[in-house]
Design a protein around this ligand. Structure first.
Ligand code: ATP
Ligand code: MG
Length: 411
């Protein structure tokens, strides 16, 4: 009887144990499945986070790289890949990628010392990271490298940003050149005025009225030149300020603008026996723009043609037609022309063609065409020039049709 009870108890215990074991196995299987699902979720989240990071870094305009302590590239964004010719740079030594030593020097300094580095490097075109694709002459880069605070595998990573600052560098350069050129242009007439003043006062020439008068008239000529330069510089700076109110846009008859210019230049035209031809199929054409600047534009172009060709018999054509959504305005002459080497520089401030013209004989500051260009651009247009010396020099302005109004609102 006791044995029977013992056996029953043992069987019950065994059954209980089996149930527990089965439950345990079920629980283990469940937790394994759970762990697998978690792992999958975490892997998926990681992948998503990495893709999101890459998307963000690819959206950066600057080239971005992660470099490990041995100098191997671990990550590049799309701007960096584009910069280095769409090559896959992962695991490549950064030394092979940044061949320009002035750029790599700054980076290696950061890799070695762990200290952040920011360096601006100005490179000639052929040594630019963009290499052959570069066609902007010199170019400027900022290399910004800093060690990241921590990395997953303990190997310190350095983030490198390579920023193309060529446009800013060029603007800076233009500003510096402008100040240098303007000072130079102003210094000459000022030195001449000072010289005459010294003569008048220190050498007592003021007592001779004839000499004093001659000196004063020379001084006036040079002070007029200073005023003209300052006036032109103010016009340029007003146009460049980009202020919406720097232009007074209103409708005006373009023909009246031509008439004004020809009236102002009448005595020169007559004295040079120049022929002026106006090609304007629609003489009632109305332009929407700042009449003051359009008069300046035409005046400088026609004055240039006359000034550069003082010989008699010059033919100057002023034309204006509207075609397919745009307005073409041109001034052409059959004079001495502009050598092809000078053509790309002709709209630069203070640029004057040295070759064919004696600078002493033909007056000018070289600011006229840069004002013309800025005035045309301020009206949403552009200007170009072509020249076959001795045959035809043609300045062609293209302005979008919105600048043109057809109606009775002309000033
Ligand atoms: P400014 O207009 O400031 O009085 P400028 O006439 O010398 O001086 P720009 O109008 O800017 O200056 O012209 C620059 C240079 O371009 C001139 O000095 C001249 O050498 C050249 N140039 C311009 N137009 C002509 C032209 N029609 N024919 C020949 N050379 C020209
Ligand atoms: Mg001029």
């Amino acid at each position: 009887m006791t044995t029977g009870i013992a056996i029953t108890a043992a069987v019950a215990a065994l059954a209980a144990l089996t149930i527990v074991a089965l439950r345990l196995r079920g629980a283990i299987r469940q937790s394994k499945a759970d762990a697998h699902a978690w792992k999958l979720r975490i892997e998926q989240d990681l992948l998503q986070a990495r893709e999101e990071r890459n998307r963000l870094l690819d959206a950066l305009g600057d080239a971005f790289m992660l470099v490990d302590s041995s100098g191997s590239i671990r990550f590049t964004n799309s701007a960096a890949r584009e910069l280095f010719g769409e090559r896959d740079l992962t695991d490549r030594p950064v030394r092979e990628t940044l061949l320009e030593t002035r750029l790599s020097k700054a980076l290696f300094q950061c890799l070695e010392t762990g200290e952040s580095v920011q360096a601006k490097v100005v490179l000639p075109q052929q040594t630019s990271p963009r290499g052959d694709h570069e066609n902007r002459g010199i170019n400027a880069w900022i290399l910004d490298a800093a060690r990241l605070p921590s990395s997953p595998d303990g190997d310190p990573l350095t983030r490198v940003i390579l920023r193309d600052v060529t446009a800013e560098h060029q603007i800076d350069q233009i500003r510096k050149d402008f100040v240098a050129n303007a000072s130079h242009e102003l210094r000459t007439p000022m030195a001449i005025i000072n010289g005459y003043l010294e003569n008048l006062l220190d050498d007592n020439m003021v007592d001779d009225p004839a000499v004093a008068r001659r000196f004063l008239s020379v001084m006036r000529k040079h002070s007029d030149r200073i005023s003209r330069i300052v006036e032109d510089m103010l016009v340029i700076s007003r146009l460049e300020s980009g202020e919406a109110n720097s232009l007074k846009i209103e409708p005006f008859k373009f023909r009246s603008c031509i008439t004004d210019v020809l009236e102002r230049l009448e005595s020169v035209i007559r004295s040079q026996s120049a022929t002026i031809v106006v090609e304007m199929p629609d003489p009632t054409l109305i332009l929407q723009g700042d009449r003051f600047y359009w008069t300046q534009v035409l005046f400088n172009l026609v004055e240039n043609a006359l000034k550069q060709n003082p010989h008699p018999g010059l033919r100057v054509e002023i034309g204006c037609t509207s075609t397919g959504g745009q307005l073409d305005i041109w001034v052409a002459d059959d004079g001495i022309g502009i050598p092809s080497a000078d053509l790309p520089h002709i709209f630069r401030r203070f640029y004057r063609v040295e070759k064919h013209h004696s600078q002493r004989e033909i007056k000018g500051t070289g600011l006229g065409l840069s004002i013309v260009k800025r005035a045309v651009e301020a009206h949403g247009g552009n200007i170009g020039v072509s020249s076959t010396p001795g045959r035809e020099t043609r300045f062609l302005i293209r302005v979008p049709m919105e600048q043109k109004l057809t109606g009775d609102h002309a000033a």
